[in-house]
Design a protein around this ligand. Structure first.
Ligand code: NAP
Length: 250
């Protein structure tokens, strides 16, 4: 019994302080709740104040913090970082999607998605490191997507943002390895969140149904992704860095 307790300790987040972006919805919300259930102290951030507060009140345990911020604004990123204590992990879940066939891409579409899916996590990581807010042995978890590896119709912009963040994460893993700070990406296929419900406006229900039928394990739930995030944040994964973990099948 005592041995099993010791074994489970590696998977616990007790004593760790974790920042989760995109905590006002979907995957980020569930990651925040599950990470708090695993024992961590949370800083959560999101754009919509009501939904962010709802997530905050759903967090088990005491002493958590929430901070509303639009992460496309660098001043807002800097203000967020100034408020934080030192962190043992960050889950970057804030992001958007778009379904735009290449011939319809305009400069503003390109800027809009790269600003939040790529520029925001890059600037936030840089600021956290510059301000020495990241403890040795900490873990960065980026929410990429299997879209970075699998092409799909009208997915050029979204897929490109995810490929870019994977390249960033790999470099971070290399640069931070002397301090045993790790950086990895999760690559879910479709997960049932407001993002996918919203996709119904630009992808037909038939196409979504076909995606679900051809996904080996069907569409995922937010807690499927949250469980993988817990593993990557925990000491159980302390020898894993610079990789992408596909989720939901191939
Ligand atoms: N759902 C999927 O099938 C799926 C699959 C693979 C990867 N992913 C990735 O997983 C992540 C989360 O997706 P989700 O499905 O949970 O989507 P979601 O339910 O739409 O949540 C997106 C989150 O990002 C936040 N966000 C968007 N723009 C922001 C901005 N400018 N500043 C700050 N926060 C911003 C949203 O905040 P507000 O709601 O407060 O505006 C929300 O909390 C994304 O990076 C997505 O690309 C999703």
């Amino acid at each position: 019994m005592a041995k099993s307790k010791e074994f489970m300790k590696q998977f616990s987040l007790q004593g760790k302080t974790i920042l989760v972006t995109g905590a006002s919805s979907g995957i980020g919300r569930q990651v925040a709740i599950s990470v708090a259930e695993a024992g961590a102290l949370l800083y959560i951030t999101g754009r919509n104040p009501e939904r962010l507060e709802e997530c905050f009140h759903s967090l088990p345990g005491k002493g958590h913090h929430f901070h509303q911020a639009d992460l496309v604004d660098e001043t807002a990123i800097n203000a967020l970082v100034d408020e934080l204590d030192n962190l043992d992990g960050v889950v970057f879940s804030a992001g958007i999607t778009t379904h735009t066939p290449t011939k319809f891409i305009r400069e503003k579409d390109y800027s809009k998605i790269f600003e939040i899916n790529y520029r925001a996590p890059v600037l936030l990581s840089a600021r956290l490191l510059k301000k020495k807010k990241i403890n040795d042995g900490a873990s960065f978890v980026f929410m990429s997507s299997i879209a970075s590896e699998k092409a799909y119709f009208a997915g050029a912009l979204y897929s490109s943002t995810k490929s870019a963040i994977e390249a960033f994460s790999r470099t971070l893993a290399l640069e931070l390895s002397p301090k045993k700070i790790r950086s990895n990406c999760l690559q879910p296929t479709f997960v049932k969140t407001p993002m996918i419900e919203g996709a119904g406006e630009t992808i037909s229900q038939d196409v979504l149904k076909r995606f679900e039928e051809t996904s080996p394990l069907g569409f995922g739930e937010p807690d499927d992704v949250a469980n993988a995030a817990i593993f990557l944040l925990s000491d159980a994964s302390k020898w894993i860095t610079g990789i992408n973990i596909p989720m939901g099948g191939f």
